[in-house]
Ligand binder design. Structure first.
Ligand code: PA5
Length: 479
């Protein structure tokens, strides 16, 4: 039986969100959030809740319903089994929301040095590489490493037209043709894109490439639980069914109309209050565990691109958004923490804790007479990590810096699935509370269009001219 079907196991694996250090009783009137302020948001939440249910039933919010698509995982697993005998390298060609989810899942759920493990230790699954850029040196270095004959490339693009991804596609397509000839090249490419729109879908159809669909209304940064994230994860042997089950568990908790019991509503309310009332313009994600670093980076894109908006839904200029930053505990205590403690009070913190790490590393009792070392002996790295996190949270609180703590009982697909769903829903609800559209990204599109113009793409001449018109460099300012 799958462990996620066992209710005592799922209970044990429930992600906990402790927001005490955000609230007035612990932080005081000036730095904390009061229940009264939260209560005032209840009618708005009520309203959003009603609309959400309606939008969900109309299929307009696929990021909330995709964990319930039980046909997806078997389809992906079948594909993985079919390629396993010959694929030694699986390469994701994609950027932003089409890359960060795969990276986050692998960092969280695979061995930290997965690509360096032998094939046996990888249980026969291929190595995973996620490009996420078009740096020529980085791309060349990757190609130098790969034996094309044993490599499967996954082109991922929702729009099917992003210049970075399509450039990678062109290079790889050409390479495959040259190295393998027309007959074999198709086996080495799998496309993940919109079911209808975009040139990539057109190519997939016309040239009969293997392909997966990203539901039409599912945007890049909300797509990790679609084939965008699930295929690369399954290629590394990650249990994607458990991941979906974890997301469904959190979806169940986030059904509750009361913001006092709904983790996503609760976190979204605290987020907007910390932004609007407490003027916290920066949200620092502090994972205490290397495996969660990628989740922090994935969240940063989700939060930044969803909430950073110039206009609200009424068309009024608002320049909205809270800047997300990831700082790894304990590493960044020795890099960023001084600023967080004593610098401007413009930050709110989200700690990610791991209750039980996979292993236990005891600290040997080697110098019993030297107090500087003796206190460590007999403890473990696990306890040190917990102590560091607790000390950081509490000293931040002493300095009036609010934080919440999300504790994952263990790192596994079930707990990561919960975290993904929680953060996606919190982001969306927060956007709704802010009165902006969290699902679009007009600012990114603007940049994309100007880049097209600079590369001479037809139809984008105006954007190019507008960009150039403000760029009148003065030599005096170039040193
Ligand atoms: O979240 C988003 O929509 C973006 O970050 C996109 O993922 C990114 O721009 C890549 O776009 P696409 O998947 O269309 O290639």
């Amino acid at each position: 039986m799958k462990r996620w079907l066992d209710s005592s196991w799922t209970q044990e694996m429930r992600v906990e969100i402790d927001t005490n250090l955000m609230m007035v009783p612990m932080l005081g009137e000036k730095e904390g959030i009061s229940e009264k302020d939260i209560e005032k948001l209840q009618p708005l939440i009520q309203n959003i809740h009603g609309q959400l249910e309606e939008e969900k039933s109309q299929g307009r919010l696929p990021f909330l319903t995709i964990p319930f698509d039980l046909s997806l995982a078997p389809q992906i697993k079948k594909f993985v089994q079919g390629t396993k005998p010959w694929v030694e390298n699986f390469v994701v060609l994609g950027i932003g929301g089409s890359a960060l989810g795969a990276k986050a899942l692998q960092t969280a759920l695979s061995h930290p040095h997965y690509n360096l493990l032998s094939k046996t230790m990888r249980k026969g699954f291929p190595r995973l590489f996620v490009t996420d850029n078009v740096d020529p040196d980085g791309f060349k270095a990757l190609l130098d490493l790969l034996e094309v004959r044993k490599t499967l490339f996954n082109v991922i693009s929702k729009s099917g037209g992003t210049a970075e991804t399509m450039s990678q596609f062109l290079i790889i397509r050409d390479l495959l043709k040259k190295k393998l000839g027309n007959r074999k090249e198709k086996e080495h490419l799998v496309i993940t894109t919109d079911p209808v729109q975009g040139v990539l879908r057109k190519i997939a159809e016309e040239e009969s490439f293997q392909s997966f669909e990203i539901p039409s209304l599912l945007g890049g940064r909300f797509s990790v639980l679609s084939a965008v994230g699930l295929l690369p994860a399954a290629m590394c042997g990650i249990d994607i069914e458990e991941l979906q089950a974890g997301a469904r568990e959190m979806a169940g908790r986030c059904q509750n109309p009361s913001l006092w019991e709904n983790p996503a509503y609760w976190c979204a309310c605290l987020s907007i209050l910390s932004y609007r009332h407490l003027k916290k313009n920066i949200r620092v994600i502090m994972p205490y565990g290397d495996s969660l670093k990628g989740m922090g980076e994935w969240f940063c894109q989700l939060w930044a691109e969803s909430l950073g908006k110039r206009y609200n839904l009424k068309g009024r200029e608002v320049w909205n958004g809270q800047t997300p930053v990831t700082a790894l505990g304990a590493t960044d205590q020795h890099s960023q923490l001084q600023l967080y403690m004593e610098g401007p009070g413009d930050k709110v913190f989200s700690f990610l804790g791991i209750k039980n790490f996979a292993g236990l590393i005891p600290l040997p009792k080697l110098y019993p007479k030297m107090e500087e070392l003796a206190y460590l002996g007999g403890h473990s790295l696990n306890q040190l990590m917990q102590a560091e996190m607790k000390a950081t949270r509490l000293t931040l609180a002493q300095n009036g810096r609010p934080s919440l703590l999300i504790t994952l009982p263990k790192i596994n697909p079930y707990t990561i699935g919960q975290l993904i769903f929680l953060w996606e829903m919190e982001t969306y609800i927060c956007g709704r509370l802010m009165g902006i559209n969290p699902l679009n990204q007009p600012g990114v599109e603007e940049g994309k269009k100007m880049a097209y113009a600079f590369l001479g793409r037809k139809g984008f001449e105006r954007e190019g001219k507008e960009g150039e018109s403000i760029f009148k460099p003065n030599k005096k300012y170039i040193l």
